[in-house]
Design a protein around this ligand. Structure first.
Ligand code: ATP
Length: 316
């Protein structure tokens, strides 16, 4: 097929001619400490983000307008208009860099919608990296993360990936010193999503009525566990203050957590605001076995194996 568009010298210098393909991971929170509600409506967070090998892929091509198509998870459900975080990210970058927001974007989505794995934030991070390459705007990762912070609290982390500490409302990210170890996870994906704002409201309600568990303490034990190689040590340090809220909203998740641990997982937690549950396995073979058992137990829509940490949104 021949393209009508031909690059001139300026285009050649400034940006990619062919399609730009960006892969972006999902995140889990190894520690999600939820502090008080702030005056701006966000909760103060103290979290440890961890990027895992479940990916969305965004392809960006030159175009005369800004358009988005998609396939995979959420197709037919997720709006592809200006409300989509991919489109919002493209506009934000174009505004910052002073270029026209023209691109044909295609999203291949494997991260479930409203799953507590930050899929929307991942797509926003992917759009920033893809459009930066397509348009030749040449921003640094730190500049992209600055734009990302206005799009959502988890977006800056997904520009970097790895394992990182998040403070503020989660947007202030700093890398965590960790050994070059790969951890093995089983990700149990539920039918249907849970709303993140609803999970925070439920936590506030549980706390007001005295029914919430004690809030998580410091991340010191977890940060220590990340500097060694034994998954059993790491397992004892994972925690999520939103878990009680997710379980109150979706009581069946308790069965999923029980089934994972019965299948031999070292521990299981709800990921972010849920309903996805993540389990730490001793090794890759154990992860495969646990995933198969969870699938046959019928306690989730699908169980996938993943490893982490992995890098954030990258071209290639
Ligand atoms: P988090 O873990 O950050 O709370 P989540 O994984 O629970 O997020 P997402 O899939 O990131 O949830 O999306 C939450 C909502 O964001 C969706 O229900 C949808 O309305 C909106 N949204 C906008 N753009 C996207 C996108 N590209 N992918 C997914 N959701 C999007």
């Amino acid at each position: 097929m021949t393209e009508a568009w031909r690059p001139d010298d300026e285009d050649e210098r400034r940006g990619a001619i062919g399609p730009v393909k960006v892969r972006v991971p999902a995140k889990v929170n190894l520690h999600l400490g939820v502090g008080p509600l702030r005056r701006d409506g966000y909760h103060e967070l103290n979290t440890v983000y961890h990027a895992i090998s479940i990916y969305d892929e965004l392809t960006a091509r030159r175009g005369d307008t800004l358009a988005l198509t998609m396939e995979g998870e959420g197709t037919g459900e997720l709006a592809l208009d200006d409300s989509n975080l991919v489109i919002r990210a493209a506009h934000a970058l174009a505004g910052y860099a002073g270029v026209l927001p023209h691109a044909r974007l295609h999203l291949r989505k494997q991260i479930p919608l409203a799953g507590g794995l930050a899929g929307g934030s991942a797509d926003a991070a992917a759009a920033l990296v893809a459009c930066d390459a397509l348009w030749g705007t040449g921003l640094s990762r730190d500049e992209l993360a600055g734009i990302a912070a206005d799009l959502g609290s988890d977006v800056p982390f997904l520009i970097y990936g790895g394992t990182a500490l998040g403070t503020g409302r989660g947007e202030a990210v700093s890398p965590v010193l960790a050994r070059a170890t790969s951890w093995h996870w089983v990700v149990a994906i539920a039918d249907g999503g849970l709303s993140t704002p609803a999970a925070y409201r439920e936590l506030d309600r549980l706390r007001d009525s005295g029914a919430a568990g004690a809030p998580l303490g410091s991340t010191d034990a977890l940060l220590g566990a990340l500097r060694q190689r034994d998954p059993r040590v790491l397992a004892g340090t994972l925690g999520n203050d939103l878990q009680d809220a997710a379980l109150a909203m979706r009581p069946a998740l308790a069965d999923t957590l029980k089934a994972g641990e019965a299948a031999g997982a070292l521990t299981g937690i709800v990921s972010g605001s849920g309903p996805t549950c993540v389990f730490l396995a001793a090794d890759a073979a154990d992860a495969e076995r646990i995933a198969a058992e969870l699938t046959s137990a019928g306690v989730c829509r699908e169980a996938r194996v993943a490893h982490g940490p992995v890098v954030g949104a990258r071209v290639g």
